[in-house]
Ligand binder design. Structure first.
Ligand SMILES: Nc1ncnc2c1ncn2[C@@H]1O[C@H](COP(=O)(O)OP(=O)(O)OP(=O)(O)O)[C@@H](O)[C@H]1O
Length: 314
């Protein structure tokens, strides 16, 4: 049985916003699944649909085999959730937050054990109103772990965490997965999920644009290659993007950049440009996993090793 299954899941907000479009997604039991995408891609809306916080316009979803809209209670008994912007009661301490969830869920966890696991035991008696964002996030994670859930659904769990906190969170997710818990979590940074996920789904504009293991995404990235060609002057009517095997072509400051499906296409790009202009320099680089993510989502490269594209060559 799949831990999460959506079929044609669609959510519109009003006439103009198609937040989630015809999503078919299966997350298997025991997986650590990273749900990726830039801001506004539809990640939180999908999570809210799974949790019945919003209702779908069309399509269906099941969580642990139960209908996400019809069997909400049965689902909530078995899952742990870290929602986006979780409510924090400023006057209650972390221990009191944990005790409250343990009571509500009818669980038998020792709150201190969980606080220890999320690194908040020392501050367990302080009221949460004075907590930093990272401490609130740790508390939210602790609350999600109550009742030894079969499935963890975490919306941007590393948000607000410092590098140590992110490392701790990864460890925790691995521990949970090794004890049989399915982990489904969203993020907008590929490198954050890379270290921990079995598979990732990449959302963009409400659509699932990639669904694969990190390993296969890596193979794709290894196959692809970027070439930067510097020209003495830029001729009009360049059509680099039409060259077979070129995925994306841009120009900035006299340099034409092309992302190619494999290394052999780079030769075609150079030939094409050499026939039309004076080539003054050629630079070539393998495409990073981050760049591949950017290609799927249309984000500009966040790696800092390539110039942001200014103009797309038609
Ligand atoms: N309640 C709402 N009413 C109207 N539009 C909404 C609502 N919730 C989300 N949206 C819109 O739906 C789209 C998807 O938003 P969503 O929050 O699901 O994206 P996201 O991938 O989680 O982004 P982020 O990483 O910024 O949290 C956006 O255009 C957003 O503005």
């Amino acid at each position: 049985m799949a831990a999460i299954e959506t079929t044609g899941l669609t959510k519109r907000f009003g006439e103009d916003v198609l937040a989630v479009s015809d999503l078919d997604l299966t997350v298997e039991e025991g997986e650590i699944f990273g749900f990726l995408g830039p801001n506004g891609a539809g990640k939180s809306t999908t999570i809210n649909l799974l949790l019945d916080f919003v209702r779908p316009t069309s399509g269906t979803a099941t969580v642990l085999g139960h209908d996400a809209q019809e069997e909400t209670e049965r689902i909530r008994e078995r899952i742990g959730v870290l929602p986006e912007g979780a409510t924090v009661y400023d006057r209650l301490s972390a221990r009191e937050h944990l005790e409250w969830v343990v009571d509500t869920k009818g669980a038998d966890d020792d709150p201190d054990d969980l606080l220890d696991r999320v690194g908040l035991l020392e501050d367990a008696d302080r009221t949460a109103g004075g907590y930093s964002k990272g401490m609130r996030q740790r508390m939210g994670l602790g609350m999600a772990l109550v009742g030894d859930p079969d499935l963890l659904i975490l919306d941007e769990p590393s948000s607000g965490l410092d590098p140590t906190g992110i490392q701790d969170m990864r460890e925790l997710l691995r521990e949970e997965a090794s004890s049989g818990t399915t982990v489904f979590f969203s993020s907008h940074i590929l490198s954050e999920v890379e270290a921990v996920c079995d598979r990732v789904g990449i959302m963009n504009g409400g659509e699932l644009v990639a669904l694969d293991s990190i390993e296969n995404l890596r193979d794709d990235a290894a196959g692809a290659a970027t070439i930067d060609v510097e020209l003495a002057s830029m001729p009009t009517g360049l059509d680099v993007a039409s060259i077979e095997g070129v995925r994306e072509a841009t120009v900035e400051d006299g340099v034409v950049s092309a992302v190619c499906v494999d290394a052999s296409v780079k030769v075609d790009v150079v030939r094409h440009l050499d026939e039309r202009a004076t080539v003054t320099d050629i630079l070539s680089a393998d495409t990073s996993l981050e760049h591949l993510f950017n290609q799927y989502t249309g984000e500009s490269s966040g790696t800092g090793d390539e110039p942001a594209a200014q103009e797309v060559i038609a």
